[in-house]
Design a protein around this ligand. Structure first.
Ligand code: SAM
Length: 269
């Protein structure tokens, strides 16, 4: 049984995951309402994340509102949890990334959703340009709204579209790329490398299986970078959160250096 609470002190949504057991479910709803007075809606997950937009299906157990203003670390994110991807559990990972960004960077967030990474970075780093590409129209609308709410419109630019198309505009222009789409990030890795300047950092998210959760991701990077003729160095490896029994969402921070006969000459404008 797991509970995720998204929202603020006045109004929040609780998302629960329960096995098929009506009595436990009723008891849990009562427990949440008694112990979390700010919870106005309770949703039960009835599917895993599905499709390109990474959405789940929910059953409403209590209340009706599914849009909420989520507060964490001094910023706010408006979100309808039934229409877009959002995970409150990844707040720590967002902070970790923002703490790595240096003044003056140009950053591309592939798969930017409602723009949580962009907002966190923009709040921490004064002089930064952040572009985020998102396919889900509803998430894009929330990204625009969240940029406005957090007063970072002068440095965060949400773009609606498919990374396959829109990333081309960034070839050779970025210092840092975030790839928070763990199940499909491998198929976009070459595009990410093309978007980097001569040297840069990719935050590569993927799924790792116990006992060695980083092995498969490292093997992929080894083979892919060799094929693309770029040098790489893994700067750090992070367990982000458990995805399923023995399976983890992980992040590999990778520095890429393009050599003279690499993609740089082939693709940069
Ligand atoms: C795992 S979610 C992460 C969203 C956001 N970065 C966050 O941390 O909350 C991945 C997002 O990528 C979007 N997406 C999937 N395929 C895409 C593509 N080809 N181009 C742009 N966005 C895509 C989905 O709609 C989803 O919002």
């Amino acid at each position: 049984m797991a509970i995720e609470i998204i929202g603020n002190k006045e109004k929040a949504i609780a998302i629960i995951e329960v096995k098929k057991n009506g009595k436990k479910e009723k008891e849990l709803v009562e427990w949440i309402l008694k112990n979390h007075k700010n919870v106005k809606t309770i949703l039960k997950k009835v599917s895993g994340r599905e499709g390109e937009l990474r959405l789940k299906d929910y059953e409403i157990l209590y209340g009706k509102e599914t849009e909420v203003l989520h507060k964490e670390y001094g910023y706010e994110l408006k979100v309808d949890v039934t229409k877009v991807y959002f995970s409150a559990r990844e707040a720590k990972e967002r902070q970790r990334i923002a703490n790595l960004v240096k003044d003056g960077e140009t950053i591309l967030i592939m798969f930017s959703g409602i723009m949580p990474f962009g907002i966190v970075i923009a709040k921490k780093v004064k002089n930064v340009k952040i572009y985020g590409i998102e396919l889900n129209e509803v998430a894009h609308k929330y990204a625009l709204e969240n940029v406005r709410i957090n007063k970072v419109a002068h440095k965060v630019y949400p773009i609606l579209g498919d990374v396959r198309e829109k990333a081309k505009e960034f070839f050779g222009k970025c210092d840092r790329i975030l790839m928070p789409l763990p199940f499909s990030s491998k198929e976009f890795f070459e595009l990410a490398v093309k978007c980097l300047k001569e040297k840069g950092i990719i935050h590569f998210y993927t799924i790792g299986e116990e006992p060695n959760i980083f092995e498969e991701g490292e093997k992929f990077l080894n083979e892919k970078c060799k094929k693309l003729k770029v040098e790489f160095r893994i700067l750090s490896k992070t367990k982000v959160q458990m995805y399923a029994p023995r399976k983890w969402k992980i992040s590999l921070d990778v520095e890429i250096i393009k050599s003279s006969n690499s993609l740089k000459n082939k693709y940069e404008r």
